[in-house]
Design a protein around this ligand. Structure first.
Ligand code: 2AL
Length: 247
């Protein structure tokens, strides 16, 4: 098989976080896989609520459009709210996997119940909505927030990383969970060391999603274009969204 090219989209505009995500994706990728880590030029520097997600979704769709024009084999949406996932699947030719769904699916393969450790408390409702949407609500033992903003993970102090570790320990003590899902793309570089230290699976969605896209491409499977995930209906999309008229 020729090289698999996976576009990994960080939906926020933080270049530092895009680098963290790209490095984790490359570390997880098979030798024959090329990772293209990108983020939107316009948007929000971090995604911590419904408003941020709405803006980020447009950036995700622009990147999916660009990736499709470049002929990538598949896409990863590397924000834990999986912003724009279904719209991205309509637009894309190849498979699209969100990091929240990837991590949750992976966690259910190695534990009966998992806990989630994320950033700000206000993002917990987004994870909760996704658990319901994906059918994993009964598999989740607890949702925890480190109570620091997303970009604290990139400030170089190590405080956010220490809080993630403390919350993982708390979840293992209190929740009765067998695995931990890290609830932010910016936590991608923490999973392996925490897995070794805590002796339970600690799952980063970026790595999980890369492996899932590799699997789907390897199996010759892509987003179904039968039914609701068919390409969007042809119509004159206007103004600044005109780019979506051309493929
Ligand atoms: C995220 C994430 O993964 N990236 C971002 O900007 N916000 N989600 C989160 N719950 O922190």
């Amino acid at each position: 098989m020729s090289a698999v090219r996976i576009q990994v989209i960080n939906p926020n505009t933080s270049l530092d976080m895009t680098e963290t995500i790209g490095a984790a994706a490359r570390a997880a990728a098979a030798p024959g896989t090329e990772i293209l880590a990108v983020c939107p030029g316009d948007g929000v520097p971090s995604i911590e609520g419904h408003f941020d997600e709405a803006i980020a979704t447009i950036g995700v769709l622009e990147q999916i459009h660009a990736g499709r024009q470049q002929g990538v084999d598949g896409h990863v949406i590397a924000c834990f709210g999986d912003p724009g996932l279904l719209a991205a699947r309509e637009l894309a030719q190849g498979p699209v996997v969100g990091i929240a769904e990837a991590a949750m699916h992976m966690a259910t393969l190695v534990s009966t119940r998992f806990s989630v450790v994320t950033t700000l408390p206000r993002t917990l409702i987004i994870a909760r909505h996704l658990l319901h949407q994906y059918g994993f609500h009964d598999r989740c033992a607890g949702l925890h927030a480190i109570d620091l903003p997303v970009l604290a993970l990139e400030d170089g102090s190590g405080l956010a990383q220490e809080k993630v570790r403390a919350r993982c320990l708390q979840a293992l003590r209190e929740d009765g969970c067998g695995a931990i899902v890290l609830g932010c793309g910016g936590m991608a570089d923490l999973a392996q060391a925490l897995t070794r230290e805590l002796q339970v699976p600690v799952i980063d969605g970026v790595s999980a999603a890369v492996k899932m896209v590799e699997s789907l491409v390897g199996l010759g499977l892509s987003t179904s274009k039968h039914g609701d995930l068919a390409f969007p209906e042809t119509k004159a999309v206007s103004g600044k969204f005109e780019m979506f008229n051309s493929f």
